[in-house]
Design a binder for this molecule. Structure first.
Ligand SMILES: *Cc1c(COP(=O)(O)O)cnc(C)c1O
Length: 237
């Protein structure tokens, strides 16, 4: 639990910074990344104005979910195994990490079974990192056509995780490329594909992301402080 008003101050500070950096685009929302953060602290963030939280592991999310402030929009942001899809259907507001056909099909199948539709962002491997999940740019349109056809998912936009960089300026071209796709795809208006959310930028590079047109940035450490060592992974589970 973060003591005193550090969390509240961090939220106010980063809202202002992100607001300024994204002003010409009409602003960007903060998704508070709450992996390793305890429920009391997460719920304090809600009181301080955070509306959306991101968790990257299904197991950790499910261990907290019943105690989370019911006003939260909960997003799954980590790699999702198909055998865990049934656990999260109807429990999360969005899956940000749709990265393959098998996952799209399973999400759709389970959603239809449950009489619901899952909003999802397609994760793009914009920097072509071999170890990273995500659809390659040249496959994006075909993937969106197939995913947009499925009855149980609704594509709401795109998500990207940038390469680790000590200087965020080095990833600015990737953010710009992502915004380019977002705008082109919005114009293209593929069936079942909407471009309302462009989720990109984390604590280390969120200002550059906001300047380049993110509609949502995902902030963990900037709000909650450093995570315990050994827990810092972008992989889900
Ligand atoms: C952990 C994580 C973040 C937040 O990272 P910070 O550097 O703590 O801001 C954002 N996106 C994903 C997918 C993550 O796993």
């Amino acid at each position: 639990m973060i003591m005193n008003t550090t969390l509240e101050n961090n939220i106010a500070l980063w809202r202002e910074r992100i607001g300024n950096a994204s002003a010409k685009w009409g602003g960007a929302e903060i998704c508070a990344v709450t992996k390793t953060v305890d429920v009391d602290t997460i719920n304090r963030a809600r009181t301080a104005g955070i509306q959306t939280i991101g968790e990257n592991r299904v197991q950790e999310l499910m261990s907290k979910i019943d105690r989370l402030d019911p006003g939260y929009q909960i997003h799954l942001i980590g790699q999702l195994q198909t055998n865990k899809v049934k656990t999260i259907i109807g429990r999360v507001a969005m899956v940000q990490s749709l990265d393959r056909d098998a996952l799209a099909q399973e999400l759709s199948r389970r959603a239809v079974q449950a009489g619901t539709v899952v909003p999802a962002l397609v994760q793009v491997n914009i920097a072509r990192e071999p170890q990273k999940a995500g659809i390659a740019e040249e496959e994006l349109v075909d993937f969106l056509r197939r995913a947009g056809d499925l009855p149980g998912i609704r594509i709401e936009g795109l998500m990207a995780i940038m390469p680790l960089a000590s200087d965020p300026e080095t990833v600015r071209p990737y953010f710009r490329r992502m915004r380019g796709w977002f705008d082109r795809l919005r114009d293209q208006d593929l069936p079942g594909v909407h471009m309302n959310v462009l989720s990109m930028g984390m604590s280390g590079d969120c200002i550059v992301a906001a300047e380049e047109g993110a509609t949502m940035v995902r902030l963990g450490r900037a709000l909650f402080g450093a995570r315990p060592t050994g827990t810092d992974t972008n992989q889900g589970g």
